[in-house]
Design a protein. Structure first.
Length: 396
């Protein structure tokens, strides 16, 4: 097995159990290793530090499989990691009975570059790192055996794969497509999921708890849901007793799915829902010009800043939508605002929202901080894993 020798002092991040090694930390590679191969990581003084997956093209040259130098990385290793991830979720009562669930959350579950979401009897897998690609078969087999799911679809199409020198790959690994749409239940609401062409793995499971909170807050309120995608927040608002729900998105196909989702839930009052295809930035201004007002606004935009390099431009976009949302709120109204951008930290996000409130001329207070649901854990030594942040603000 090849040895990855670090520069003096560069072992400190591994001693804090951070799973990434950047190219600047590497002194040399002794021996031969192909992309995805397991290498021994060694400090400059020769001390063993663990086992990692080698990635000669990426700036992240190695991702740690284990901080135990004697641990063997084989099929049994991945069976253990999968079993541990499923056990963590089984131990959380709030996840019991959920048909839509994230089973593997990459580094935070000890499997860098691996994502697995479950929708009923279907698994959706994504492999985004060289090491995950190398062990793709073993990981898939471990998940299939542990869950018993009859259908497995691969969505290895994230941009991160290009940074690892990997080509895009999507397709059925087990089972096949059917003529019937894939439907799962979330807190009593039926949702259609397109695992082939939908965003991410077909749905945003990380917002599950926050959608339920929207339901709890929506009673008697006029609701505006921006960047609504397939209507998850909107349908929960209707279920919670909203008097009107206006949903905005620039994607016509997403809105068509949202309309079908409403039909899937006949107990909801469809007459209270309006789906509008529009550019959200422009439509927020148009709603202001029309004198519209709302009691609850949800802002759940796409990733404006995938890295800190995009933070400045993204900050302007976040401020724009939050400022206009504050202007559209009634006194005592609530704003649920989110950022899923890894390049925007919570402190910066709060600063942006505060600036938007100031420019909107409103007094706003944070009444709750929000994050991803519990099946998206964050490893304490890997803060990069905490990408979703949200604020519930009240005005007046």
């Amino acid at each position: 097995m090849a040895q990855l020798i670090l520069k003096p002092g560069r072992e400190r991040s591994l001693q804090r159990r951070h799973p990434w090694l950047f190219e600047g930390a590497v002194e040399r590679l002794e021996g031969r290793a192909r992309s995805g191969d397991t290498v021994e990581v060694v400090a400059a003084d020769g001390g063993p530090l663990g086992k990692a997956a080698w990635s000669p093209i990426s700036r992240i040259r190695a991702r740690m499989w284990s901080f135990n130098p004697s641990e063997i990385i084989d099929d049994a290793f991945f069976k253990r990691r999968v079993a541990a991830a499923l056990a963590r979720r089984a131990a959380l009562p709030g996840l019991a009975g959920q048909q839509g669930l994230r089973l593997i959350h990459a580094e935070s579950d000890g499997l860098p570059g691996v994502i697995c979401d479950r929708y009923g009897d279907t698994l959706v897998l994504a492999f985004s790192s060289a090491g995950a690609e190398k062990w793709r078969g073993a990981i898939t087999a471990a998940l299939q055996k542990a869950t018993g799911c009859v259908r497995i679809y691969e969505r290895s199409d994230a941009d991160l794969r290009t940074l690892e020198g990997l080509a895009t790959r999507c397709g059925w690994l087990q089972g096949a497509a059917t003529n019937e749409p894939l439907v799962f239940d979330e807190h009593g609401i039926s949702m259609e999921v397109d695992v082939v062409a939908g965003h991410k793995t077909g749905f945003y499971l990380d917002q599950r708890d926050n959608r339920l909170l929207t339901r709890e807050l929506a009673s008697g309120r006029r609701v505006l849901n921006c960047f609504c995608y397939t209507g998850g927040f909107s349908l929960q608002a209707l279920a919670g007793g909203a008097t009107r729900v206006l949903s905005l998105d620039s994607s016509g196909p997403a809105l068509e799915t949202a309309r079908r989702n409403l039909i899937l839930n006949p107990k909801l009052n469809a007459e209270l829902a309006e789906w509008r295809e529009a550019d959200v930035f422009d439509e927020l201004r148009a709603l202001r010009a029309a004198g519209e007002k709302f009691d609850l606004i949800v802002l759940d935009p796409p990733k404006f800043a995938p890295s800190p390099a995009h933070a400045e431009k993204a900050s302007r976009a976040y401020k724009d939508i939050n400022l206009n949302a504050f202007k559209l709120l009634t006194p005592g109204g609530l704003l649920m605002t989110y950022s899923c951008s890894g390049g925007i930290g919570i402190e910066l996000f709060q600063k942006i929202v505060a600036g938007a409130a100031l420019d909107a001329g409103v007094d706003a207070r944070i009444v709750r901080r929000l994050t991803a649901s519990a099946d998206h854990p964050v490893l304490l030594d890997f803060p990069e894993g905490e990408y979703l942040k949200g604020l519930v603000c009240t005005v007046g």
